[in-house]
Design a protein around this ligand. Structure first.
Ligand code: GLN
Ligand code: ZN
Length: 759
């Protein structure tokens, strides 16, 4: 059996791309140095795949920031405001990704959106009535030739026209259908170019097919590909889907003239039954059987059984990953701390290449049971793995309805809190973290390595907290934070303090652009060992008379930003984590912390892509898990939560049912549209829609923030509005942070002034 890879991590085995790009942003290296690093990385990625004897190696899966942005540039979808900056192509590209503020103008970045059900974020391209889609780039050709020069024959990967047009934001009157003719011409031109190069295969990624689709969508998809796929051509077209099954379009897709179709058998609940029910014709099936999202080793016996079922329907099957390997870390080789007994359970991107070649071999051997590769794998899954904590299981089993309900009702609590806190209208605050300087990171690293004592480390962090409180006081913020200097990451920190987690050293996964996260691994049952944040919060509160918010990460986010177990239901893991965080909440309250924020930054992340799965598979346990965390606090203790994406318009009743007192969320890049929706749904929770974008170094002006606030006030009402940036500040520099927050506080004061003057 042949093997294929949908896409490979591009950030580098030790995040080389991140570091080079950030140096380039700071003007420390030239454009050509950045390009040289990128070229070296691409070559290394191809060579790894070649060494593992992968038959279909991906090219053009590299990106300097994001593949949707690349596709927009490839297809000439560059909004006029970026063209008007008159920058070099690479600078223009980064201006779209990060915003631009300089001699040539002042423009915000494109909105950033979550890539389906992953923690990867793409930039949302725009089309307006003047836009003209056409092929203007040649990155896929360059990539193909670059690999060819190394004697590696690759399949270029390009986001398909349907997914591109589905994810675009339409700014004018024209809609998806209006751009179909232009898209057809552009993709025909792509195929024409590839034919000229005598490329064997091209991969068009169409993950949009795994969402809920209606008849119009299917007609659009069909219209696009009927025209794009020529009758006679040399290059073969692989239609690649991932992140689920294509139940709405399976019949339509298999009737089209694709040479290969890639289906996901890991997340695609119905992939197998669709195949069995409707057959698969003469095409090549690229079977996504190696999980591209999780890090556990593949169970060969299970996979081989599936492959046998597939071969009953499909004549030609290629073994593939379930999605791009972008979503798993690069390689286990850098994990020196992980015990061998743990390590043997895992496969990162590089190890997954080996799994593909193992499986390809095992699918064809005669004496499977005798094969050592098979025996080893069988042995791993047959032997017991120590994970169990009976007390935790008992506590979860003993939960009753009352544990999920906070009393009294929100409105009653709100009144008591207003009296108790005496905050001004439009209280200002931040989301929690303050800039993490090189000094802080180096101190944390030294502490981890045992180079400085716990006492020294504690004194250092306390000094940072005290400085941070002083800065916030100087700026004039109303509710302060301790700054989160003790945390490398909002999830890893808790992972390290809770029992049941394993953590890695270099297992980074790209989240957006140069930002990577290092998700911990949930290995066993989760429990709290000791207070995790209480001493820091208490220290911070002791520095000021103002209120200091305690800062925790919620159970759903901890779960969604970890690599979950595959031997326990997600619901069970979420409740275990919720019980642990609940203990921390109650300890913070007992220690005198009166506002506690429980971040659910990633709540939306694992919302199933299909509406019919939302409640059953997810919301029915995720929302109660959050309530379990805070149902035990007093009415006068104010619970905040924070979500990174404002795209929760469709689950507003569920967000309200989290029953927090205040929620902050991202709104600045998405033009405040969410706020109207909140109003129309009679949202009860008080809100802090982010008034400026922290994913960009741009400093917003006082006027700009005041205007946003006035718009927000109009929709939200003065008693329910908080003023804050749209996320934590840890990735920002100190000067820009102080400047932006100062503007924010000035804007809040100006608007308050007007409110007071109003009758
Ligand atoms: N409290 C966290 C911080 O400020 C929240 C981060 C997030 O939402 N991603 O860093
Ligand atoms: Zn956030």
């Amino acid at each position: 059996m042949k093997t294929a890879v949908i896409g490979y991590p591009r950030i580098g085995t030790l995040r080389e791309l991140k570091f080079a790009t950030e140096q380039y942003f700071k003007g420390q290296i030239s454009e050509s140095a950045l390009l040289a690093t990128a070229e070296k990385l691409r070559q290394a990625h191809w060579l790894s795949q070649q060494q593992a004897k992968i038959d279909f190696i991906a090219s053009n899966d590299f990106s300097f920031y994001d593949q949707m942005l690349d596709t927009a540039v490839l297809l000439n979808a560059i909004p006029a405001r970026y063209r008007q900056l008159r920058l070099s192509p690479l600078e223009q590209y980064f201006a779209m990704a990060r915003g631009y503020q300089g001699e040539n103008g002042d423009v915000k970045a494109l909105p950033m959106k979550k890539w389906f059900n992953t923690n990867y974020h793409y930039l949302e391209p725009e089309l307006d009535d003047e836009s003209e889609l056409k092929l203007v780039g040649d990155t896929f050709i360059q990539a193909y030739l670059e690999a060819k020069a190394l004697n590696i024959d690759t399949k270029p990967v390009i986001i398909g026209p349907f997914t591109f047009l589905k994810l675009v934001r339409y700014r004018g009157k024209k809609r998806l259908g209006d751009f179909i003719p232009q898209a057809i011409t552009a993709y025909q031109a792509i195929l024409h170019q590839l034919n000229k190069l005598a490329t064997q295969w091209v991969q068009f990624d169409e993950p949009a097919l795994v969402m809920d689709l209606d008849q119009t969508d299917i007609a659009d998809f069909t219209a696009l590909y009927q025209a794009i796929l020529p009758k006679k051509q040399q290059v073969k077209v692989l239609l690649q889907t991932y992140f689920g099954d294509i139940r709405d379009s399976y019949v339509a897709v298999t009737q089209l003239d694709f040479d290969g179709i890639g289906l996901d058998f890991v997340e695609g609940e119905q992939s197998l039954s669709l195949l069995q029910k409707h057959g698969f014709s003469e095409k090549v099936l690229f079977a996504g059987v190696v999980n591209g999202k999780n890090i556990w080793k593949n169970n060969y016996a299970k996979t081989l059984k599936l492959l046998a079922q597939l071969s009953a329907v499909s004549k030609q099957t290629v073994l593939s990953t379930s999605c791009s390997l972008l979503h798993v870390p690069y390689s286990l080789v850098h994990e020196t701390q992980l015990a061998a007994e743990h390590k043997r359970y895992f496969a990162f991107a590089q190890e997954k290449l080996t799994e593909l070649s193992d499986l390809s071999h095992l699918a064809e051997v005669d004496e499977l049971q005798q094969d050592p590769l098979y025996q080893d794998n069988q042995h791993l899954f047959a032997s017991a793995r120590y994970t169990h904590n009976a007390a935790v299981h008992d506590r979860v089993a003993g939960l009753t309805e009352a544990d999920f309900k906070r009393t009294p009702a929100l409105a009653v609590r709100a009144e008591q809190q207003v009296t108790a806190f005496a905050l001004p209208l439009l209280p200002t605050t931040t989301i929690g973290s303050f800039p993490q300087t090189a000094e802080i990171r180096s101190y944390r690293a030294q502490f981890k390595k045992g180079e400085i004592s716990a006492k020294q480390y504690q004194r250092f962090i306390q000094q940072k907290i005290a400085d941070c409180i002083a800065v916030q006081t100087q700026i004039g913020l109303d509710v302060l934070v301790h700054g989160e200097f003790e945390r490398n990451d909002m999830v890893e920190f808790f992972g390290e303090h809770l029992a049941g987690f394993l953590f890695t050293e270099k297992a980074w996964v790209q989240s957006y652009g140069t930002r990577c996260v290092k998700p911990p691994i949930i290995w066993g049952d989760v429990a709290r060992r000791a207070p995790m944040t209480v001493p820091w919060s208490v220290y911070a509160q002791a520095q000021t008379d103002k209120l200091v918010k305690g800062m925790l990460t919620g159970p759903v986010t901890i779960l969604n930003w970890s690599f979950p177990r595959e031997d326990l239901a997600l619901r069970e893991s979420a409740l275990q984590i919720a019980l642990a965080i609940r203990e921390e909440v109650l300890d913070l309250e007992a220690a005198g912390i009166r506002i506690i924020q429980v971040d659910e930054a990633a709540l939306k992340e694992k919302l199933p892509l299909r509406r019919q799965d939302w409640h059953r598979h997810y919301l029915d346990w995720a929302i109660p898990a959050f309530r379990l965390v805070h149902s035990g606090v007093k009415p006068q203790t104010q619970i905040h939560t924070h979500m990174c994406y404002s795209e929760f318009a469709e689950i507003i009743p569920e967000i309200d049912a989290m029953d927090a007192d205040v929620i902050s969320f991202e709104a600045s890049r998405s033009n405040l549209s969410i706020i109207q929706v909140l109003k129309s749904h009679h949202f009860q929770t008080a809100v802090g829609p982010g008034v400026y974008d922290i994913h960009s170094p741009r400093i917003p002006s006082v006027e700009e923030i005041s205007q946003s606030l006035e718009q927000m006030l109009f929709e939200v009402g003065k008693h329910k509005l908080w003023v804050n940036p749209d996320c934590g500040l840890k990735t920002r520099g100190e000067p820009e942070t102080v400047a932006s927050l100062t503007h924010m506080v000035a804007a809040a004061k100006a608007v308050r002034q007007k409110l007071i003057k109003l009758p």
